[in-house]
Write a protein that binds this ligand. Structure first.
Ligand code: ATP
Ligand code: MG
Length: 388
């Protein structure tokens, strides 16, 4: 068996919230590993995950992508006696040797059990000597070590080195369920990721206007959904047939109003889907003033067609910071594949920046879309996840 020690938590969590957080985190981790292959337990503000060795690499990948995990490390546990330290040093020497380019280390020892024969300093000295004997050339550097070795004396002696960072935040599911409007662009996947990190269980909806938008455009969104599933493993992608709505708008609306009116239709359809599938909010990748359809009056207009709250986690983000996150979570390369989505194809040359909300609402009513919106909802598909 391989055991991982998992550190988690937000400082603000207290009482019942903390319990819910811990239980959700444990459940989320266990669910992602094959049934029976993993055991998760919790003590002293730590979660321990024990997995069969064959699943150790997979478990590490899962911890690295589980919201709520602040850090994790492979840990070894020994009987609480001084005689265990040579064995502990063997384990740690292996861990340090595995991390490349580590020529110095320091030891952080903590002793919860004050009855133990050695104090923290004594533990550090003993273990330091044992490690140096096993790793010729390695030195102790307490200021800027390449590696930090940690020892905790509790019910057992726990030792670990090489903590890896998790994504932090709150475990998925502890803040309810949301429906992300996922286009092929850079922003919306990042928006979904950020809300996942606040504990929202995220599904996604894509509005597809075939044949005006290619099958490749849908493939791209499928790929984005797959990339998001690394962090949101239960994400379902809904693909909405949007062609009829888009055509009606194109035929009847003034060119400058097209983008905004199609956003209104998307909000309306997404709200209907949310009601059907018990999502409590919508999530979009909108960022204030990034494009004409994202000014305050535009958001007022389009948001008015939602019947649940609309969360816009990127509203105050500059594009560069959004791109940074997109690169980090592996969606940027997919988002920048060159397939047009329906919005770029239908985008007017001079979109409206400052809609008069009442006028645009009137334009939307004149489109008489209600039946088409319902047909879009009825025709919504959930294509099987593609791998990759
Ligand atoms: P993105 O990079 O996410 O595409 P964007 O800057 O291109 O965003 P817009 O095209 O104005 O912005 O879209 C604003 C938001 O509306 C998107 O972030 C997304 O949430 C939603 N959206 C736009 N087009 C679609 C679509 N075809 N399917 C689903 N959601 C969409
Ligand atoms: Mg877009």
């Amino acid at each position: 068996m391989t055991e991982f020690l998992v550190k988690y938590g937000e400082i603000s969590l207290k009482g019942a919230n903390r319990m819910a957080f811990e239980k959700r985190l444990m459940r989320n981790i266990a669910r992602r590993l094959p049934r029976g292959a993993a055991r998760v337990r919790r003590t002293w503000g730590r979660v321990f995950l024990a997995v069969e060795d064959a699943h150790a690499d997979e478990a590490a990948r899962i911890l690295a992508a589980s919201f709520g995990v602040v850090s994790y490390a492979r840990v070894a546990r020994f009987a609480k006696t001084e005689a265990a330290f040579p064995q502990a040093a063997d384990f740690l020497a292996g861990e340090l040797a595995a991390g490349r380019g580590q020529s110095s280390f320091k030891i952080e020892a903590s002793r919860e059990d004050k009855q133990f024969s050695l104090d923290s300093y004594g533990i550090a000295c003993l273990l330091g000597d044992l490690l140096r004997a096993r790793l010729p050339g390695i030195t102790v550097d307490v200021r800027r070590p390449d590696a930090t070795v940690r020892v905790e004396v509790r019910d057992h002696i726990y030792v670990y080195a090489g903590q890896h960072r998790g994504p932090g935040g709150l475990p998925v599911g502890c803040s309810g369920r949301g429906l992300l409007l996922l286009s092929g662009g850079i922003d919306s996947p990042v928006a979904g990721y950020l809300m996942g990190g606040r504990g929202l269980a995220v599904d996604a909806v894509y509005f597809h206007a075939y044949p005006f938008t290619s099958a490749e455009a849908e493939q791209k969104v499928q790929q984005l959904a797959a990339a998001l599933r690394r962090f949101l493993p239960a994400l379902t992608l809904y693909v909405v047939p949007f062609t009829a709505v888009q055509v009606r708008i194109k035929e009847l609306a003034r060119a400058a109003e097209i983008t905004l009116l199609s956003r209104c239709a998307m909000m309306s359809i997404a709200s209907k889907l949310a009601a059907r599938h018990r999502h409590e909010c919508l999530v979009t990748g909108e960022s204030l003033a990034q494009v004409a359809s994202q000014t305050v009056p535009s958001l007022h207009l389009t948001g008015g067609y939602a019947t649940v709250p609309v969360l816009r986690p990127l509203i105050g983000h500059a594009k560069e910071s959004i791109i940074d996150i997109a690169r980090r979570i592996g969606t940027f390369e997919i988002s920048t594949l060159p397939y047009p989505d329906c919005c770029t194809l239908f985008a007017p040359r001079h979109p409206m920046i400052n809609p008069v909300v009442a006028e645009l609402r009137h334009s939307f009513e004149r489109l008489d879309l209600e039946d088409l919106l319902d047909e879009s909802v009825a025709g919504t598909a959930t294509p099987a996840p593609t791998v990759g």
